[in-house]
Design a protein around this ligand. Structure first.
Ligand code: NAD
Length: 295
């Protein structure tokens, strides 16, 4: 039986690890939060006494942590996991972190003859629960091939974006574009509404015209236009402003370190930063609509 070590059993990691158990794998996990451990244990995940203990006899080690600093400190810090991991264990980091950080950890792993890939996800908590995540993977193709059967138990689409760090770059590009077209969509609807148009009629016209995009198609930001989306339940649930803000920060870091021009991404980042400053960090990212209209 394939043995998996899993560190970070939060909103995403918890259900992902649970799907591995459901598919017949032995998962030994660890988290710093008691609540996360309690839920994981009730879902059949064996709980290790600390992070290093999850790696014992593991064929695969998966990490799903909040941000770059957590990943770097776990792998590279004092008594970091790279010091103790077995050469046979394949490391899969699914956290969304800075591409430079992913490359740095993978490079250090390679120095120690360890194999590592970055595999950030798209699809949110729902995707983690339903095993329908999209994995965007960076790393050597042999390692990606080895990881694929495991990732397929937690997701539906697996893309190989390129070398180490490429998964993070692709994820950051996608989420920057998502923020830009969500802001643009909210702005256009607000302009129409302020000029006496019905938001549903305008949305349908743009959806079927050259302004059509994913936000108009499945995630309309204006309340009441579309059933079942966060905009129609006071922007609760969904993809939170704090996560979008984090991803736009990563886009900014990536653009600076690669000397890229991202004026639209920068502006979207500022708009989301304003939402954060208004205390709206726990609303869905389509609540950017609020900036344009008093909702
Ligand atoms: P979360 O905060 O719910 O879970 C992270 C968990 O990691 C926490 O339970 C925390 O206690 C644990 N942790 C931190 N440091 C640790 C350590 N050293 N050892 C053990 N456990 C440790 O976050 P999440 O929503 O599960 O997100 C995880 C990652 O997935 C983030 O990088 C996020 O950007 C990304 N992501 C999240 C979503 C989403 O909708 N939530 C969607 C796509 C990607």
């Amino acid at each position: 039986m394939t043995k998996i070590g899993f560190i970070g059993l939060g909103n995403m990691g918890g259900p992902m690890a649970s799907n591995l158990v459901k598919s017949g794998m032995e998962v030994t996990g660890f988290d710093l939060m008691d609540e996360a451990i309690k839920i994981a244990e009730s879902n059949g995940i064996k709980i290790a006494k600390d992070a290093p203990s999850t790696t014992v006899n593991a064929d695969i080690l998966i990490t799903m942590l909040p941000a770059s600093q957590h990943v770097e400190s776990l792998y590279l810090g004092k008594k970091g996991l790279l010091e103790i991991l077995d050469k046979e264990t394949l490391i899969i980091d699914c956290s969304t972190i800075a591409p430079d950080s992913a490359r740095k950890v993978a490079y250090k792993a390679k120095e120690r003859n360890l194999r590592m890939i970055d595999a950030p996800v798209s699809g949110g908590v729902g995707g983690a629960q339903n095993a329908s995540l999209t994995f965007i993977v960076g790393g050597h193709s042999d390692n990606v091939t080895k990881a694929k059967p495991i990732l397929e138990r937690m997701g539906k689409n697996i893309f190989h974006a390129g070398n180490n760090g490429a998964g993070q770059v692709a994820k950051v590009c996608n989420n920057m574009l998502l923020a830009i077209h969500m802001c643009g969509t909210a702005e256009a609807i607000a302009l129409g509404v302020k000029n006496d148009l019905d938001p549903s009629v305008l949305s349908e016209i743009m959806r079927k015209s050259s302004g059509g995009n994913w936000s108009l198609e499945v995630y309309n930001p204006f309340p009441g236009v579309m059933d079942g989306v966060p905009a129609s339940r006071n922007y609760e649930g969904g993809f939170l402003n704090k996560l979008m803000s984090k991803d736009l920060g990563l886009a900014k870091e990536a653009s600076e370190s690669s000397n890229s021009q991202t004026p639209m991404g920068d502006l979207a980042r500022e708009l989301y930063q304003e939402l954060m400053e208004q205390g709206l960090e726990d609303l869905d990212f389509s609540s950017i609509q609020k900036k344009y209209l008093d909702l």
